[in-house]
Design a protein around this ligand. Structure first.
Ligand code: IPE
Ligand code: IPE
Ligand code: MG
Length: 238
């Protein structure tokens, strides 16, 4: 099924990778160990997407709200991002993965910005799978900056207010050129969107699992894909 998409495999899967901290706590470990284990799950998810023909995979790695966490956790996460950028990029490049970052990366440290630029530059020629990493991302931030840019274009006389269409907004978001997510997965038994892809998820199918992100494996990925394949997407029609 997954009618109206024309294919059983979602073209774009987005994941809210949640539950690293609780996974660690349940094992008497530090929260950061949960985040490190979460990197393994990212590798598995990328492999799963590659082998099953998913074309876009968006991963929520760090929200703008996550700056409110204890300083040691935030700096530990930043270290993991920087390390991953260096360590994972060659293999991703070899696998045909293109990396793209969405989020307010300009406000991150020089080291993180360098890592981001390196990943994007090294993998720019690939097109088998595009992995979008939402880093310092917030959907309200994204929509606000789009509105600001569009307002500027109106002021400069490049655009009339009545010419602003849904596509105008889409084309000013960080996901420009990427089809909307077909399937949105959230792990760890939380049922909320936490400021993720608010505009783009208008017609996404949702899949929730109690599994915490560090335990997310290819079998769970397949369960999500199977659930998606069984959905009837109506897009407001009958
Ligand atoms: C998700 O796991 C990773 C990030 C938000 C960076 P959490 O760190 O939110 O783990 P829980 O939800 O506290 O268990
Ligand atoms: C959402 O998880 C953000 C990421 C997965 C990066 P959070 O753990 O930050 O979300 P809340 O606070 O439970 O809504
Ligand atoms: Mg969480």
């Amino acid at each position: 099924m997954a009618a109206e998409t024309g294919r059983e495999v979602p073209c774009h899967v987005a994941i809210i990778m949640d539950g690293n901290g609780r996974w660690a706590k349940a094992r008497g470990l530090e929260r950061l160990e949960g985040h490190m284990q979460g990197v393994e799950s990212i590798r598995r998810a990328v492999k799963g997407a590659l082998t099953r023909g998913v074309r876009y995979l968006t991963l929520y790695a760090f929200s703008t709200e996550n700056w409110g966490r204890p300083r040691t956790e935030v700096s530990g996460l930043m270290d993991i991002f920087c390390r991953c950028a260096v360590n994972e990029t060659p293999e991703l490049k070899r696998q045909g993965v293109r990396l793209r970052f969405i989020g307010d990366v300009a406000r991150m440290s020089g080291e993180v910005r360098e890592g981001v630029a390196y990943c994007e530059r090294e993998t720019a020629e690939n097109d088998r799978l595009t992995v979008l990493v939402a880093l310092n991302y917030s959907a309200r931030w994204e929509i606000t900056q789009a509105v600001r840019t569009i307002a500027g274009e109106v002021r400069e006389g490049k655009l009339l207010p009545e010419e602003i269409a849904s596509e105008t907004v889409s084309s000013h978001l960080t996901t420009v050129g990427v089809p909307d997510p077909d399937l949105l997965i959230r792990t760890s038994g939380e049922y909320r969107i936490s400021n993720f892809l608010l505009w783009q998820s208008a017609y996404a199918e949702f899949y929730f699992t109690d599994i915490c992100w560090p335990d997310f494996d290819e079998a769970e990925f397949d369960r999500a894909l199977a659930a998606y394949a069984g959905r009837n997407r109506r897009f407001g029609r009958v």
